[in-house]
Design a protein around this ligand. Sequence first.
Ligand SMILES: Nc1nc2c(ncn2[C@@H]2O[C@H](COP(=O)(O)OP(=O)(O)OP(=O)(O)O)[C@@H](O)[C@H]2O)c(=O)[nH]1
Ligand SMILES: C[C@H](OP(=O)(O)O)C(=O)O
Length: 212
Amino acid sequence: MVHAVIPFRPTNPKTRLSCILSQEEREKFALAMLSDVICTTNSACCRTVLLCTEDISVEGAETVVKPLGLNEALNEYLSETDDSVFIIMSDLPLATAESVIGMVKTGSDIAVVPGRGGGTNAIFVKNPDKFHVDFYGASFSDHLNICRDEGLTVEVIDSFRLSTDIDEKEDLVEIFLHSEGESRGFLENLGVKMSVEKGRVGVHRHTHKEAS
Ligand SMILES: Nc1nc2c(ncn2[C@@H]2O[C@H](COP(=O)(O)OP(=O)(O)OP(=O)(O)O)[C@@H](O)[C@H]2O)c(=O)[nH]1
Ligand SMILES: C[C@H](OP(=O)(O)O)C(=O)O
């Protein structure tokens, strides 16, 4: 069975959302997005593993604790398994089971989903022997280079849902437009709303004091 591995750092996450959410709210929002992703990977019949910096318990996933950075934790995990691994970030609440199944069915050794701005949102690794991750910076091209250097075939997946990660305030619009999950409910309960001003779609919140 494919392991869906979700790396997760629960403390002070999503700092790029500090302009609209306090630290406590960002921690709860990160958990809500994680819950949406777990629901998706379980619906795609993966064995879902939370690769977490701390020992937390989350419904629908088994927790593997590694108090390590993103790359170090994932590369240690890859070196410890012979099974196929589907790495998916926890900030992809638009992901659907269909989009995940489309990836894990690839005929290539690796399937990769770029994020906007040079990042990588998900990677399917058929055989973890020869692959390692290199996140941060222009990680999408770094991952293609690793495949080339190791002689691995790669499919680049064109998926709006998997390419849409939630990093910045402007990204929250996508949740209101395209998701019905927990993360959307969480934002609605906080009073975050979609708005259209001067023809541009955005989000606003009246109650929040800017986090210091
Ligand atoms: N295991 C592990 N996962 C991490 C670590 N840092 C981030 N992650 C996870 O990696 C994924 C992508 O993280 P980012 O988009 O950089 O999220 P972030 O660090 O919470 O956000 P910013 O503070 O806005 O950069 C998310 O699933 C995070 O929970 C880490 O040190 N270890
Ligand atoms: C981890 C990083 O995520 P971003 O900060 O680009 O969302 C990446 O994809 O390399």
